[in-house]
Every structure is written in structure tokens, then in C-alpha cells.
Design a protein around this ligand. Structure first.
Ligand SMILES: Cc1cc2nc3c(=O)[nH]c(=O)nc-3n(C[C@H](O)[C@H](O)[C@H](O)COP(=O)(O)OP(=O)(O)OC[C@H]3O[C@@H](n4cnc5c(N)ncnc54)[C@H](O)[C@@H]3O)c2cc1C
Ligand code: SF4
Ligand code: SF4
Length: 1019
């Protein structure tokens, strides 16, 4: 039995008192001090880990003013604060041991779009893609780009002066900020924008903090103009952090303090609002993917691309390309970066042309293609081929692959994982190839593996050398290489931080700024005299003797290495999370983590859950638990264990603390939808960990009754559906409903199908299944037969769908057999009844292997059930699974189509809309295309719709405690699509999703096979 974990890491008295003042003086947002909340913001995408004292989530700028004004009081002088947005920083920018002020949860409103000035006013928590989605109809967009655009916030972008693809033309974030409204350390509010003339004089003469700030910065930029000009490298990615060079225009005597805030890494104040200038969306885009025999060729040839008048040149090496090939993302780009026969593609340049005059952009594209043709013919510059496209969705797919590159690198096998610390160095583009040679020499001398990609047009290359941060020697190597890279980038006239900001690399600031560093400190002192806001980053006030943060700071590895290596490997599904935050995707129409989207609570995301899991493993290890033994599947019932469970549960109800409860709470809101396991670039699998955790947790504590009911549902349903009318009467009367709701915690249980599947199959003259008889079938009969593997949910609750599938099979000339029920076990797995699941899986696998040998295709209807045979069975049974294959119905239809001719006329004019099951789409990325091909074949029109989770997820939506969240998840995306297209036009592949539609809309949605059966039979 796992032990109790009683360490609470309590918040210090000073901070408790601070939070209490905040709560009593009208703070409207959330204040969270529980360990799990703090842990969820103790990391970003960097190697560092720093547990704060608490997290606050303001709801308005007044809340932020309160946070600051209270902390400015003498009694709270020692309180430290750090602003946080999406938490995607790569160098620990948003980490601090004080109070994390998370502006992303509530302050994410797009306030106003101003058509006249082509600008938009936003709160800081707005996500970049969210903003551009909103702006799309206006024909404008917020131009600075970054790979984390689906989760990074405007506040974070401004504070790191973010930029990325297209920066050559669009520049950095700071070039698109018209003004920022900032809450200063004392709680006062200031709006910073360019000021000159009388307005500037007024600012300079003003009393108070804002006046002090203006006077200090003005004095610095006036006095040190020469040094500022000569110190900063001449790069398009100019130095981030207190941008002295662009804050003042001597020609017009204009001071723009927003340029100090941009790149300030939250060290000067809290951005609570910004006005951003917008750019017209290009009306024409073209992409040329140029293929090379080596990465060096790609780098050196980039100058040719740059002279073609393009918008951007992005480079990717073969390591990243090969990792992309193993990811779901490859499916959408494989035809656009096809291999060149007889050549080895070792790198590509992705060249984009974009503008408003199609003819002009086409001319430029064609001119580049002509140059490439010449180079290929002359075997010059290592160019081995190219492909181009004008198709926007294809262009976006290529960029999605490029954006996923960092995450993909994390997939490296072995203990060494790619680490961010030299990942955004920047040198003048013409020196890039030579610089990379030396960079490579350095990494090769340490035998490190690494992949490379980046913005070759601006000389920024993303390199994440693989290190095992659980090994103290390799951690020391990180420090050593960082120091050497500082020297190397300086030697090439470049910068260590060309894109992601400084964070813990702040210790190297004095090296780059030289004498000007004291001026930065002067400015910090004017904004934040007590060094309260994100202290130690960028610089400290001149008067302060507090230190700068350093790369030798405590890291994630410091904690992870406390877990035994075999346990780390045994729980890789959570240990591998590298924190890149791809699971914070804001887009409700993507399958990724429905629970995070609903709660906007980082603990309820795959990253949050993986973080809690890692800490849980660590604490278990320290408490002496052997988690590999605890996880063992063979367990006998023990009365004394049951008594112990009762006692443990009672003690916790009386207030005893156990960290396992916090982990359980975060996991209990997980829908086990498995989107993370395929959408996360490194395949973090929370659903699998959740099952393992529940298995162990509920051997220490009592399980809810509903878990036992759910786990046995596969046994009960076939019995109940034997006499569906009587069962429905028994289940669906007010008394039973109340008993189900209050006794079992289950609601809205659907009625069983009447007539039942047996009757429908009888009407269809489906032959009885007899194992001995089918084993001796003739070869001819085998070719014409199909074995339908039933799942109890579709067969018992949605029998007409199975009947229609049987009808279609018959219409296609096949003889379908309904194989008697064999439990699938998925529900046992989801509930963490792992030993029962292992037994079910073994029995079923043995049976299906026997069937498979007969040589007749096995076909299943519900995607989640079929995927369970392939995924969960493989994980739990390993070699004992055998190699039986249950096909999804669309896979079987495609195989049938191979030998037939498509219908050459439309069978109906209507267009249907496909709402595919989340797991099906993510596990099998071709799902949409497959169904479209099938409908085309049968003369029917189908449009796939991008939708998120339906909110049902097996039995989740039927649990009383999740009834409301289930409905909210449905309404976010799935329900909206159903309403948009009408239930009658929506075709829904998952049983759970259809039952959710029925519950929410009161009408039945059909499965795609039903429509095909209907029209094909009529034909
Ligand atoms: C996989 C990956 C790819 C990346 N690619 C790019 C890229 O292409 N280009 C690029 O520029 N960066 C990139 N980054 C880095 C990161 O995404 C950016 O720095 C981003 O702008 C951070 O935004 P955020 O909302 O996550 O901010 P956070 O990480 O939460 O914070 C970043 C900094 O901003 C400060 N901050 C946040 N909100 C506020 C506020 N309201 N007021 C004051 N200060 C605030 C924080 O204190 C912190 O110092 C990448 C990161 C990852 C993990
Ligand atoms: S769960 Fe996956 S996507 Fe989310 S932060 Fe971890 S590695 Fe990234
Ligand atoms: S299984 Fe689904 S709900 Fe659970 S963490 Fe993964 S994506 Fe989120």
C-alpha cells in the first residue's frame, strides 16, 4: 500500500499575512496557496524549478493595483512578485520564489478593435492566435510571429519582445506596440507611449514615481547616446531587455517608454493593457521548400534565398525532419517535402513569399525557382530539389510542422533530452554558417547530440543539445557550454539571447552591456527601487546588493534525480514532459486537453498533471515506496487492507493531509480522452498514468461505488439488453434514477435499444456465429465474410447503427457475422482496475488471436474500443498481446474499395458534416481524409469539421459530479458545430459523442455508415 505523503511545503508567515490582506481588501481574483497550484507554476519550458509561495489570478487592473500597493507597504517589503502569462519562457523568466501573478486566467479580453487606426486594445492574457482569429474578418493581423502562438500571451510577448518567422519584414513585438498600460510597483497606473514636445516636458516635470521614471530614462539616453550607439550589435534581433537604443529618437526628441517595457521580462511592472498596431493580411502567399544534401549547404545557400525578396527563410535539419516523420504532424506535410529519389535530404530551407500583388509575388517565386533549377542542373550549392505551393492550408501545415520542431526534439530516445539554454543565439546572417561550424565543434567535442532549425534570415538558430539533467556531471556541462557560447556569440558579433530573452542567463548581462549595465540598473531602480518585481532578472537596482540569478540555479533535474532511474523509466509517460506547453493550446476546436480549456487551470492540463505526477513519484521515493512493486498487477483481496482503507479514508475526511489527494483531484477531472498521448510532441500519456495512479490510490483509500458499477458495465449490459423493455422499465423510472444519481453517482443513463440487436440481426438474416463452424469455412467463404467485433455500448444502446453497418456489408456482397460479446475492458482501464483489465485484455486477446487466424477480417465500429485493442492492450500485455488486428470500419471499407469501381454519380445532393471521435482523429490522422474518400466513392458529399471533445468521454459525462462540466465542454466546440450544421446533417463516429448529442439536443445523430447504407441500398 502506498504511504501517506504529509509534506505540505507550507506558505511562509509573511506571505500568508500578505494573501490575507489581499483577500480582505477587496481582491476579486483567485488566491491559491495549495501545493499543487504552486507546483504548476514552478516550471516553464526551461530547466529550472522554483516553488513560489502562492499564485494569484487577478481579474482586473484594479486587482493588480491592489497586489502592488499592498506589497509596497513596509510590512511586506520582503514580498517578491513575478508576472506570468502562458509560462512558455525557455529560461525561467516567469519563475520566482515569491508570488506568481498569473494574468492569463482571467485578464484575457480583447477590449476593442479600432478600424480607423488599425489597432486593437487587449488585456495581457490574450493568446496571440486567439487575437488573430478574432481579427481575421477585419483583414488585419498582429504580425510578430512565434512558435508558441497558440499559448503565449500578449503580456509575455511584449515582455520578451517576441519575434519569429517573418521578422525580417514584420520585426519584433516592440515594433507593433502603440502603447502599454502598466501597474507600477507602488500600485500606480501609467500609460507609456511615444511622447515629445510639451507632453514630454510635462512628463519630465511631473511629481511622483512616473515623473522619476521619465527623468531617469531621459537622462540615461541623453547622456549615454554615443555608448548606446556603439555598444549594441547591429542585428535585426536587437538586444532584448531595456531597449535603450530604440527608447529615444534624438531627431524628434521623442521618448517612448513602451520600448523599455518591451523585452523587460516583467522586471519593471505589470502590463495590464496594450494597444497593438496591426498589419494587413497578405492576400497572396507562396512557399518554396528547398531540399539540400547537408545542413551546411542549407545555411550557406540562405543568402541566395534572401536576395529573392522573400518574406522569410526558415531552416530545418535532418534530425528534426526525421523526428517529424514519426509524428502525427508528418501526415499533413509529407507530400510537400517528398524525398528526392537517389538523394539524402539532410536539410531544408522553407522560403515564403507574401504580399498584396499576386503577380509580383508569383514573379519573385518563379525567379527563385529558376535559380534553383540552375543550381540543381549544375549540382551547385548542395541543392537536390524543391517543391512549391500557393495553397494556404498546405503553407499553414508546413509552419505547424516547423512550430512543433522544438517539441519534436524532446522525443529523443534515452535519458539525455534536448535542453533549452543555448537555443536562441543570434549572429549576423552572413556569418551564420561559419559560426555554426564552431558551435558544432564545441558540441561534438562533448559528444552531445542535437537538432537544429531556425530563422536563418535573421541569424537565429535554435539548437537544443541533449543532456541528462538527472546527472550532476551533465548539469555542470550545461554551465560550461553556456559560458563558452557567450564567448562564441560575442566573437561573431552576435548575442546569446536572440529571441527568447535572458531569464537565468541574466548573469551574462554585464558582459554584453559593459559600462551601460549600470545604466540599466539605474532604470530598474527608478521603476522598482525595492527590487520586488521579478528580482534578479536582467539587473538589480544600483542601490541593491541582491544578486542576479544564474544558470547554476536549482533545476528540475535536482528533483527528478531523487527518483530511482528504473522508476523514472517505468513512469516515462509523465517523466518525459518537457514543459513546452503545447498542451495549453487555446483552440477549442482542437482535441488537445478539454479539461484545461474548460477550467483554464494549469493543474488541469497534461503539463500540470505530469508535473504533479513527477513530484508524487519523488515524494513516494523519499517516503520509501517501491512504485514498481505497488504497480504489480497480481493482487489478492485482503480483509485487513480493506479495514486499513476505511481508516485512511476516514482520517483524511477529518482533515489529515496527503499529497496524493491533490494529485487525485487533478486527475479526477481528466476525461481520459488520450488527446495528450498523440497531440503532445513527446507523447505524455496522462490517461495511462491516471489508470496506474488510481490503481494504487484506491488500494490506500475507498473507491466511489460508481467505479465498481462502471467497471462491470460490460458484463451487465449484454444481460440487460436481452430483455430491453423490462430493463428500461427497471432503470428508467423515477426511483431507479434517484438511486443511480444519489447511490451510484450516475445520471442521464440512456435507455437500451428496442428492438435489441439480436432482433435486428435476425430480421437481417445474419447467420449465427459458431466458432467451430467458422473455423472450417471454405477459402471462398472466408473472402466473403466479415467478423463484426461488438462493443457493448454501440450494440446495446445504439443497435440501429450496428444493424445499418451489417446491412451495408450485405449490400456490398459480404456475409457479416456478429461475434458474441467479449469484454473489451476499456472502462476497467479508465477506472484504474488494472489487474481486472489485464485479465480481460488477456482473455479477449487470446480469443481475438484465435479468430484472426481464420483469415476473415475482424471489424469494430466504435473507434475508442478498437484503439484500445491497439494501444492499451499493447501497453499492458506487451508480447502476450499477439498480433490480431481489429479494423476500424473505415479501414475495412477502404480495403473493399480497392477492388471496386467508384460510383460515378452523386446519390444525393445533400452535404454531410463529419464530427469524428477525438481519439480516432489523433490516433489515426488520416481519419478525415479516409471518410471523405469513402463518401466520394459512394457518391456522397462529406465535409470534415474540426471539433474538440464532446464532453462525454465514455462514462465521464454520466457521472453526477461531472454532469455540468460535461455539458460545458460540449458547448465549447462540438455542440456549436452540431447546432451550426443541424443534427440531421452531422455524422458522428463515436458512440459517446452520439449519446452526448442525443442528451443535449434530444435528437439522434447518425454514424457515417448509416448514411452510406441508406443511399447505397436504395441504389
Ligand atoms: C517550444 C517553444 C518555442 C518558442 N518559440 C519562440 C519563438 O518563435 N519566438 C519567440 O520570441 N519566443 C519563442 N519562445 C519563447 C516564449 O514562447 C516567448 O518568450 C513568449 O513570448 C512568452 O510568452 P508567455 O505568455 O508564455 O510568457 P511567460 O513565459 O509567462 O513570461 C515571459 C516573461 O514575460 C513576463 N510577463 C508575462 N506577462 C506579463 C505581464 N502581463 N506584465 C509584465 N510582464 C509579463 C514574465 O514575467 C516573464 O518574464 C518559445 C518557447 C517554446 C517553449
Ligand atoms: S504534456 Fe506534452 S505538450 Fe504539455 S508541456 Fe508536457 S511535453 Fe509539452
Ligand atoms: S487524457 Fe485528455 S483530459 Fe486527460 S490530460 Fe490528456 S488531454 Fe487532458
Amino acid at each position: 500500500m502506498i504511504p501517506q505523503l504529509s509534506d505540505q511545503f507550507n506558505t511562509d508567515e509573511l506571505y500568508r499575512s500578505y494573501f490575507s490582506s489581499l483577500a480582505h481588501e477587496g481582491f476579486q481574483g483567485d488566491i491559491e496557496t495549495d501545493f499543487s497550484s504552486r507546483l504548476a507554476v514552478a516550471t516553464d519550458n526551461s530547466v529550472y524549478q522554483w516553488l513560489p509561495q502562492g499564485v494569484v489570478f487577478p481579474k482586473s487592473y484594479r486587482d493588480v493595483q491592489l497586489i502592488n500597493s499592498i506589497s509596497a507597504r513596509d510590512e511586506f517589503r520582503a514580498v517578491k512578485l513575478v508576472p506570468r502569462g502562458g509560462g512558455t519562457g525557455t529560461n525561467g523568466q516567469s519563475l520566482n520564489g515569491g508570488v506568481v501573478v498569473d494574468l492569463s486566467r482571467h485578464m484575457n479580453v480583447i477590449i476593442e478593435y479600432d478600424r480607423q487606426s488599425s489597432s486593437v486594445r487587449v488585456q495581457p492574457g490574450v493568446v496571440k492566435d486567439q487575437l488573430n482569429e478574432y481579427l481575421k474578418p477585419s483583414g488585419y493581423f498582429f504580425a510578430p510571429e512565434l512558435s508558441t502562438s497558440n499559448r503565449a500571451t500578449i503580456g509575455g510577448m511584449i515582455s520578451t519582445d517576441a519575434s519569429g518567422q517573418g521578422s525580417l519584414v514584420y520585426g519584433k513585438t516592440s515594433q507593433h506596440v502603440a502603447s502599454v498600460t502598466v501597474v507600477l510597483y507602488d500600485g500606480s497606473l501609467a500609460e507609456f507611449a511615444p511622447v515629445s514636445g510639451d507632453a514630454l516636458r510635462e512628463k519630465l516635470a511631473a511629481e511622483g514615481l512616473e515623473g522619476d521614471i521619465y527623468r531617469t530614462v531621459y537622462a540615461v539616453v541623453k547622456d549615454k547616446q554615443q555608448e548606446i550607439e556603439s555598444t549594441f550589435p547591429k542585428l535585426t534581433r536587437f538586444l532584448t531587455g531595456y531597449d535603450l537604443k530604440h527608447v529615444y529618437d534624438p531627431d524628434t526628441d521623442t521618448l517612448d517608454l513602451s520600448r523599455i517595457i518591451c523585452g523587460g521580462e516583467g522586471t519593471l511592472g505589470f502590463i495590464v493593457e496594450a494597444r497593438l498596431t496591426l498589419t494587413k493580411i497578405p492576400t497572396f502567399r507562396a512557399l518554396v521548400n528547398v531540399k539540400y544534401d547537408s545542413f551546411d549547404s542549407a545555411l550557406r545557400n540562405a543568402q541566395v534565398m534572401l536576395s529573392s525578396g522573400c518574406l522569410s527563410v526558415e531552416t530545418v535539419d535532418s534530425k528534426v525532419l526525421n523526428l517529424a516523420r514519426t509524428d502525427i504532424v508528418w501526415y499533413s506535410v509529407k507530400d510537400l517535402i517528398a524525398d528526392v529519389p537517389g538523394c539524402d535530404m539532410q536539410g531544408i530551407n522553407i522560403v515564403e513569399f507574401a504580399g498584396y500583388d499576386p503577380e509580383e509575388e508569383k514573379k519573385k517565386t518563379e525567379a527563385l525557382c529558376a535559380v534553383l533549377d540552375r543550381q540543381i542542373a549544375a549540382h551547385e550549392a548542395g541543392v537536390i530539389g524543391y517543391q512549391f505551393t500557393y495553397d494556404l492550408p498546405s503553407i499553414l501545415n508546413i509552419y505547424a510542422m516547423r512550430k512543433k520542431a522544438v517539441g519534436l526534439l524532446g522525443k529523443a530516445d534515452g535519458d539525455a533530452k534536448p535542453i533549452a539554454f543555448t537555443e536562441d543565439t543570434c549572429v549576423p546572417p552572413e556569418k551564420l554558417a561559419d559560426y555554426i561550424l564552431e558551435f558544432r565543434e564545441l558540441l561534438d567535442s562533448k559528444n552531445l547530440s542535437y537538432g537544429m532549425f531556425g530563422h536563418v534570415d535573421s541569424g537565429v538558430l535554435h539548437v537544443r543539445p541533449a543532456l541528462d539533467m538527472c546527472d550532476p556531471l551533465q548539469e555542470a556541462m550545461l554551465h560550461e557550454i553556456t559560458g563558452k557560447m557567450v564567448e562564441l556569440t560575442a566573437k561573431y558579433g552576435g548575442l546569446m539571447w536572440g529571441e527568447h530573452g535572458r531569464g537565468f542567463r541574466s548573469q551574462y548581462g554585464p558582459k554584453y552591456f559593459g559600462k551601460l549595465f549600470d545604466e540599466l540598473r539605474r532604470i530598474k531602480g527608478a521603476f522598482d527601487p525595492c527590487n520586488k518585481i521579478n528580482p534578479g532578472k536582467i539587473c538589480t537596482p544600483l542601490e541593491s546588493d541582491e544578486p542576479l540569478v544564474e544558470v547554476s540555479f536549482q533545476k528540475r533535474g535536482t528533483f527528478d534525480r531523487q527518483i530511482r532511474p528504473d522508476v523514472r523509466h517505468g513512469y516515462e509517460e509523465v517523466m518525459i514532459c518537457n514543459g513546452n506547453g503545447a498542451c495549453f493550446n487555446y483552440d477549442v476546436n482542437s482535441p488537445m486537453c478539454p479539461s484545461y480549456k474548460l477550467f483554464r487551470d494549469r493543474r488541469m492540463s497534461p503539463k500540470g498533471r505530469a508535473t504533479l505526477a513527477r513530484e508524487w513519484l519523488r515524494q513516494m521515493e523519499n517516503a520509501g515506496a517501491d512504485l514498481l512493486a505497488e504497480d504489480a498487477l497480481e493482487r489478492d483481496f485482503s480483509f485487513s487492507e480493506l479495514m486499513q482503507r476505511i481508516m485512511n479514508t476516514a482520517r483524511n475526511r477529518l482533515g489529515r493531509y496527503d499529497f496524493s489527494d491533490e494529485v487525485n483531484k487533478a486527475l479526477s477531472e481528466c476525461l481520459a480522452c488520450k488527446a495528450c498521448s498523440s497531440q503532445c510532441p513527446v507523447k505524455v500519456d496522462i490517461a495511462n498514468f491516471r489508470s496506474r495512479f488510481m490503481y494504487m490510490y484506491y488500494r490506500r483509500y475507498l473507491r466511489p461505488v460508481r467505479d465498481y458499477c462502471v467497471a462491470n458495465v460490460e458484463k451487465l449490459l449484454p444481460l440487460m439488453s436481452f430483455l430491453p423493455n423490462i430493463s428500461n422499465l427497471l432503470i428508467n423510472n423515477p426511483l431507479s434514477r434517484a438511486a443511480a444519481k444519489y447511490g451510484m453517482g450516475m445520471v442521464d443513463l440512456p435507455p437500451l435499444s428496442y428492438p435489441n440487436l439480436s432482433s435486428l440481426a435476425e430480421d437481417l438474416e445474419i447467420p449465427a456465429f459458431n466458432l467451430d463452424a467458422v473455423k472450417i469455412m471454405s477459402a471462398e467463404d472466408r473472402v466473403r465474410s466479415v467478423f463484426v467485433i461488438q462493443d457493448p455500448f454501440t450494440s446495446c444502446y445504439d443497435a440501429p447503427v450496428v444493424a445499418d453497418m451489417l446491412r451495408l456489408m450485405k449490400a456490398l456482397g459480404f456475409r457479416p457475422y456478429l461475434v458474441p460479446f467479449v469484454p473489451n475492458g476499456k472502462v476497467q482501464h479508465v477506472r484504474g482496475f488494472l489487474s481486472a483489465f489485464a485479465r480481460t485484455a488477456q482473455n479477449t486477446a487470446d480469443f481475438l488471436n484465435e479468430l484472426d487466424k481464420i483469415g476473415v477480417p475482424l471489424v469494430g465500429l466504435d473507434p475508442a474500443m478498437v484503439i484500445c485493442y491497439r494501444d492499451e492492450y499493447q501497453k499492458i500485455l506487451k508480447d502476450r498481446r499477439g498480433d490480431f488486428n481489429v479494423m476500424m470500419i473505415q479501414e475495412w471499407l477502404l480495403s473493399v474499395m480497392e477492388h471496386r469501381t467508384a460510383l460515378n454519380e452523386f446519390l444525393c445532393d445533400e452535404t454531410f458534416y463529419l464530427l469524428a471521435h477525438c481519439q480516432e482523429k489523433t490516433f489515426k490522422p488520416s481519419t478525415h481524409n479516409d471518410w471523405v474518400r469513402i463518401f466520394d466513392f459512394f457518391g456522397l458529399k462529406l465535409k470534415p469539421v474540426a471539433v474538440g471533445c464532446c464532453g462525454m468521454a465514455g462514462m465521464y459525462g454520466h457521472e453526477r459530479v461531472h454532469r455540468e462540466t460535461s455539458e460545458r465542454i460540449y458547448n465549447q466546440s462540438f455542440g456549436a458545430a452540431v447546432k451550426r450544421y443541424g443534427v440531421e446533417h452531422c455524422l458522428v463516429t463515436g458512440y459517446s459523442c452520439r449519446s452526448q448529442v442525443k442528451r443535449m439536443e434530444g435528437r439522434t445523430a447518425l454514424h457515417p455508415v448509416q448514411i452510406i447504407a441508406r443511399y447505397y441500398e436504395a441504389e
